[in-house]
Design a protein. Structure first.
Lengths: 273, 122
């Protein structure tokens, strides 16, 4: 009996303890639930604010990059434009270089000799090789007769080139006025027999005209004149004239010197007789 | 350094071509006044390219091309013909005997330099 009472008490105690444990466990679970809810709240709040910040950050970054791209594009376009300018200037400088080389060679050759025939040959070379003329003649004023006489021709017989008078015809007018003549249509070619060239350049030393170069036709591949050609014509007008004049003077002085020397030789020989 | 043999009887053209060739970096220019002179220079100097006029005294450019292209030692040297003859048949005649290219006078320096560069690879 006493044992039964003891066992019952023990069961009651155990049940009491179990109930308390149950209540404590329930309380723990509630607390746990509250904490989880709080954590979830905090996590939710925290993540949304950092996401907005990140978006703002990336938006700013994108805007900055866009600005950089725009600035780089602008600079690239400027550089591209500058490159185009440089390329055009390079071509221009190359053209000028080529023109200067042509003018230098022409000038160098013209003044490389004092031999009259050699000077005429050089003028012919320049007109063929640098200008691209096929038929042409060099005419000079004969100081005794005042006639314009052909002294050299290329592509045509010298005899076929007519003499001219100052002021008459195209060649005569060019020599009288001292101004170059260019036909309106150079492709048709001139008329040698009539003394009608397509181009006529006066050979002049300052304002003193000594002759002319009359071009009657161009090489088939030469379609027209370039700026360099006009520069060459100007150069020929002055330098060829100087070269021809110097060579003529030199030849004359050489001839005179030979005559004087021969005369002196004769004078020296006379007393011996 | 590539060597270019300029064969031209006209001193004006020779000087002009030499001027143009000197604008190509690291090139040596050898000058000859006609075909015979060119053959002499070929036997004594290393030549990588020949620029030759057609109309020359003693031996013209066409004869020179023919001799060069039929010679085992020189046949591989490219030859550019430069002449006043602009007609198509003249060009065909020059190319038929072995010329590698043809340029009509009056020459455009830039065109000449471009053509030479295409052969010597400068």
């Amino acid at each position: 009996m006493e044992n039964e009472q003891g066992i019952t008490r023990k069961v009651d105690d155990f049940l009491e303890i179990f109930r308390k444990g149950e209540e404590f466990t329930k309380e723990l679970l509630r607390e746990n639930e509250k904490l989880r809810f709080r954590i979830a709240q905090l996590e939710e709040g925290g993540s949304s604010s950092s996401g907005e910040e990140k978006i703002r950050f990336y938006e700013e970054r994108i805007n900055k990059l866009k600005e950089e791209i725009d600035s780089l594009t602008e600079r690239y376009l400027k550089v591209e434009e500058e490159n185009k300018d440089f390329a055009a200037k390079y071509v221009e400088v190359e053209d000028i270089n080529n023109a200067l080389a042509n003018l230098y060679v022409a000038s160098y050759q013209l003044h490389s000799t004092l031999d009259f025939d050699e000077v005429l040959r050089i003028i012919i070379e320049i007109v063929i090789n640098l200008i691209g003329a096929e038929t042409f003649a060099i005419l000079l004023i004969d100081e005794k007769t005042n006639e314009i006489v052909p002294v050299s021709a290329e592509g045509i017989a010298l005899e076929t080139v007519p003499k001219a008078r100052i002021g008459e015809g195209i060649v005569g007018a060019v020599i009288k006025e001292g101004e170059s003549y260019f036909a309106a249509d150079i492709s048709r070619g001139g008329d040698v027999a009539k003394g009608e060239p397509i181009v006529c350049i006066p050979l002049k030393i300052k304002e003193h005209v000594i002759g002319a170069i009359a071009i009657f036709s161009l090489l088939t591949q030469k379609e027209g004149f370039t700026n360099v050609d006009y520069e060459l014509f100007n150069l020929l007008a002055g330098h060829a004239a100087t070269a021809v004049f110097s060579a003529k003077l030199y030849t004359q002085s050489e001839r005179k010197l030979t005559t004087i020397q021969s005369f002196l030789e004769l004078l020296k020989e006379k007393p011996k007789r | 350094m590539p060597s270019i043999l300029v064969v031209e009887d006209s001193p004006t053209m020779r000087q002009l071509i030499t001027f143009a060739m000197k604008r190509i970096a690291n090139t040596k220019v050898i000058e000859a006044t006609d075909g015979v002179d060119a053959l002499k220079k070929l036997s004594s100097e290393k030549v990588d390219l020949i620029l030759a006029d057609i109309n020359m005294p003693v031996m013209d450019g066409l004869k020179l091309v023919s001799l060069v292209k039929n010679n085992q030692s020189y046949k591989d040297i490219p030859v550019i013909i430069i002449t006043t003859e602009g007609a198509r048949e003249d060009k065909e005649r020059a190319m038929a005997i072995g010329a590698n290219a043809y340029l009509a006078k009056p020459i455009q320096t830039q065109e000449l330099i471009k053509l030479v560069n295409s052969f010597i690879g400068a």
